[in-house]
Ligand binder design. Structure first.
Ligand code: ATP
Ligand code: MG
Length: 402
């Protein structure tokens, strides 16, 4: 008998699934998988109770597994063989699964009999199949406590599914099941990681970037586009709102005492971001702020900057160490882009001594005489929109497709 792994079994976090949410969660997960696997027209996705399968129809499983590893909501994957509910078939397929498992020396058989009309019970099947596998292989041992591989046999009504190695998935929740957030994306290390972590919680992201030409170059903008493109590996499309920030930024540095310029600049960023949220039905902001990292990221500073918006500001890195953030940025392949040496709008106008404990009363006093609203309106109006997508090659990005 010839066997091949003809299915991929997808396991998702069942604990997260409750009531009505379940259907939404599963539909979204299936959509996201379908989208990522568009390049493989032969495959089909099938849902049964509590499970999702990808039917390979002859397609090499490895590139599919690689794609699935980035899909949030998938907790683990296994290659599976489907056979009819016949003992001889099950034995031989079990043997194939064991022989093709990766670097296993010890194994355990775990049979689940869902189809009660199958004549042999689960316990008896465990022993029978275990003995058969030992007899027909060499170099394998049984270890029921900590096996290298578990040969799982699920005897269902329609067929029997046999799986071996468990491949770890990305975890989290399917992107698109937790609403949308506007990510303040700089060219730095932190904000792409913040975006990634929110996507992992099922949040769909749009990005906003403050750009100050000619003080910040096109290469600085390109950096942000490249970072956003990396993030599409975990989602689908990402819209970037590029805000022309030069005029307002210069105005701030004219009107506001230098030690408070940074604080005011951040408040303007939030005001503009909030306007974008309102225009695009986005319900929160996300930043890469981490407590204590730099002058603008003290508790006092967050308190003062936060005042200008009552949108929730999600700060997934707030309690993380820089080293741990860097580790994630390397994992998601944004680190090398982030460390490209181009200036960003915060580094060019950095005051010599920014206030580390800016006060709300003070900043409100300074802003009182500064008619900034028209500048905000103008900046919002002149936003350039860029869409990056996981399907596009470098030269096929398109502007203003909203
Ligand atoms: P990052 O590594 O993300 O740049 P950082 O450690 O440099 O962060 P700050 O410069 O204080 O910290 O920026 C804090 C947060 O403000 C960033 O994580 C980002 O969310 C947002 N931000 C800063 N500059 C910009 C910008 N030019 N455009 C959009 N968002 C920005
Ligand atoms: Mg920065």
């Amino acid at each position: 008998m010839e066997f091949e792994f003809d299915h991929i079994l997808i396991r998702y976090g069942e604990l997260a699934l409750k009531g009505k949410n379940q259907k939404h969660f599963l539909n979204k997960l299936q959509q996201n998988i379908q989208h990522k696997l568009k390049g493989f027209p032969n495959i089909k996705i099938k849902r049964t109770r509590g499970r999702m399968f990808i039917m390979l129809h002859g397609q090499d499983p490895q590139p599919i597994i690689d794609k699935c590893k980035n899909i949030f909501g998938i907790h683990s994957l296994s290659l599976a063989i489907k056979v009819s509910n016949e003992l001889e078939q099950i034995k031989q397929a079990g043997l194939f699964a064991l022989e093709n498992s990766i670097q296993a020396k010890t194994f355990k058989v775990a049979v689940r009999r869902v189809d009660k009309t199958f004549p042999t019970g689960s316990q008896e099947m465990n022993q029978l199949l275990g003995a058969y596998l030992l007899k027909h292989t060499s170099g394998f041992k049984v270890d029921v406590h900590q096996p290298d591989v578990e040969i799982n046999v699920e005897i269902r009504v329609d067929a029997t599914y046999i799986t071996s190695d468990v491949i770890k998935g990305a975890g989290g929740l399917p992107v698109g099941t937790s609403g949308k957030s506007l990510l303040l994306l700089s060219g730095g290390i932190d904000s792409p990681v913040a975006g990634y972590l929110m996507m992992k919680r099922g949040v769909e992201i749009e990005a906003i970037h403050f750009h100050s030409p000619p003080f910040t170059s096109d290469r600085a903008k390109q950096k942000v586009i490249d970072l956003a493109e990396k993030l599409t590996a975990f989602g689908h499309r990402l819209k970037i709102h590029v805000v022309p920030f030069t005029t307002l930024q210069q105005k701030i540095f004219q009107e506001i005492p230098e030690s408070y310029a940074m604080t005011v600049m951040r408040r303007m960023m939030f005001r503009i971001s909030e306007a974008v949220c309102e225009n695009h039905q986005i319900l929160s902001l996300t930043t890469g702020e981490s407590l204590g990292q730099v002058a603008s990221q003290t508790m006092e500073s967050m308190h003062t900057i936060n005042e200008v918006t009552n949108y929730p500001i999600l700060r997934p890195l707030v309690a993380m160490d820089k080293q741990d953030i860097i580790k994630i940025s390397k994992q998601i392949d944004t680190y090398d882009i982030s460390i490209r040496p181009y200036e960003d709008c915060c580094t060019i106008f950095v005051p010599k001594a920014p206030k580390t404990k800016p006060k709300r009363e003070k900043v409100n006093q300074f802003e009182a005489d500064f008619a900034f609203e028209p500048f905000i309106e103008e900046a919002v109006q002149k936003i350039q929109k860029i869409v990056v997508s996981d399907e596009q090659s470098e030269d096929k990005r398109f502007d203003d497709l909203f």
